[in-house]
Design a binder for this molecule. Sequence first.
Ligand SMILES: C[S@@+](CC[C@H](N)C(=O)[O-])C[C@H]1O[C@@H](n2cnc3c(N)ncnc32)[C@H](O)[C@@H]1O
Length: 271
Amino acid sequence: MWDSVAGAWERNADSVDAQLTHATGVMLDAARLAGGDGVLDIACGAGSAGIAAAERVGASGRVVLADDAPMMVEAAARRSAGLPQVGTLVCDLASIDAPDASFDAVLCRHGLMFAEDHGAAVAEARRVLRPGGGYVAMTWDSRAANPWLGLLMDAVGEQFGVPFPPPGIPGPFALDDPDRLADVLRAGGLDDVDVTRIATPMRTASVDTWWELVPQLAGPVAIALAGMEEDVRDAIRARALGYAAEAARATGDGIEMDGSVLVASGQRTAA
Ligand SMILES: C[S@@+](CC[C@H](N)C(=O)[O-])C[C@H]1O[C@@H](n2cnc3c(N)ncnc32)[C@H](O)[C@@H]1O
């Protein structure tokens, strides 16, 4: 699924990152990165979190950008081509192709919620962390706190009279509860667990620009829209633009919709 939207993630990485600049900084602070550290960015997509980490660990550090979608990894490799300390890897977050205790930090920005077994995915990340190393995951806060994305899913679901994504398919809001997210990190064997909520408003030039950007990035939505008849897609677009107009506030040079993420961190304290 994610391979099919890798091109859109690569083309629009700057827009994605603009919404997440502050939250990603908080994530990197929580990982307590130091010069020379080894960092794994798992479920890296086009690689932005790991590329930001590469600046912090410097030329003597090492960053691995890993994702189970090969085309995402290719995009991440192209975007990090000027950074000799960055390498790439195709692997699943439930089965990381790296030795035990081989990283100082593991980052996972908007990937953990897509794991089939969240606790097992954290335990696998813990395995590759050295004792004393830190794990930091970013997940989306609730659908209500993220109309910029939630209303798109509402518009698709209402077209067919069923929730979208369908029950059983892990969606972007699968880890939207701070207490549950903290429990997932503890279940994976991490200590000193902390969860912080950070506002990530989505800013674009107009609601039309929002429609041009967001549906092509949201993997399940992009695939669903691509397979629809044009009139169905048009009906969803009209409904989504109506919702977006209600949710959007005017800024000086465009519009803004609410957004919010959770940043969860924990340490591997035991050997
Ligand atoms: C919403 S994107 C986030 C990409 C990137 N981390 C970012 O924040 O820009 C989700 C990413 O998780 C990856 N992903 C989903 N399930 C995965 C799995 N089981 N193992 C590894 N990566 C996975 C997808 O391929 C996709 O690149």
